[in-house]
Ligand binder design. Structure first.
Ligand SMILES: [Zn+2]
Length: 237
């Protein structure tokens, strides 16, 4: 992937699937479909809730939160009154739950947020909160199945444990063969080039904090486990 692709500003690395509807890195599509087929045999309908997201989409989310047009929560899940905060504090508050435009792993196409479509079909409204994926929760069984099986297809959870930056996201899966190299390529310079002059609110505050933002919210993730399968190797396609 080139710098524009890594930061969501070029979609040359992305393929669009009709079934299930999603957009993934060309190399991640076949492994994802193989994992979905295995999940189906185990009784789950593994559906992507969110897959590739481009820079513009991430910027729209970011700017709406920055301006207080879209609700934002603090680390404890309490609503934040954005207009009352200084710009630096707004940046900090948004980062608790949303990635900086250009810095979202969803730009890579290797990332997919998943749920069990069978549960949603029965009328359950998804919140994308960690308790839904715990044992006894609506997606607890799917989550346990993924823990036991996803590495066979090259997938793992980068936000499994509580860290300094991103909160645990048990629904967020990452295709390691693509994500590993992408993460290594996310330099502060690359992130700065995506932010500078590209209409992201709080630009000056972001640029001033960028090395720290990168460390906390981009680099501080769980590393992929050891994987040994044909899907766990990066194919040259
Ligand atoms: Zn995600």
């Amino acid at each position: 992937m080139n710098g524009l692709q890594l930061t969501g500003r070029d979609r040359g690395h992305i393929v669009t699937l009709a079934e299930p509807p999603c957009q993934l890195h060309a190399t991640a599509a076949e492994p994802f479909l193989a994992m979905r087929a295995a999940a189906r045999r185990a009784g789950f309908d593994l559906v992507p809730i969110s897959s590739f997201r481009d820079f513009e989409r991430q910027r729209a989310i970011w700017n709406a939160k920055f301006r207080g047009e879209r609700p934002a929560l603090d680390r404890k899940g309490r609503p934040v009154n954005m207009p009352k905060l200084a710009e630096g504090a707004r940046v900090e508050a948004i980062l608790c739950w949303s990635a900086l435009p250009g810095a979202s792993r969803h730009h890579w196409g290797s990332e997919v947020d998943v749920a069990d479509g069978n549960v949603i079909e029965r009328g359950y409204t998804l919140r994308l909160e960690a308790d839904e994926y715990r044992r006894g929760g609506p997606f607890g069984a799917l989550s346990a199945w993924l823990s036991a099986n996803m590495r066979r297809y090259g997938f793992y959870r980068p936000y499994a444990s509580a860290r300094r930056g991103v909160q645990p996201e048990p629904w967020h899966l990452s295709y390691a063969p693509v994500a590993r190299g992408a993460l290594a390529a996310m330099t502060t310079e690359l992130l700065a080039s995506a932010i500078r002059g590209n209409g992201v609110d709080g630009e000056a505050e972001i640029l001033a904090r960028l090395p720290e933002i990168r460390k906390r919210y981009v680099q501080d993730v769980d590393a992929p486990p050891r994987m040994r399968s044909r899907y766990a190797r990066l194919s040259s396609r």
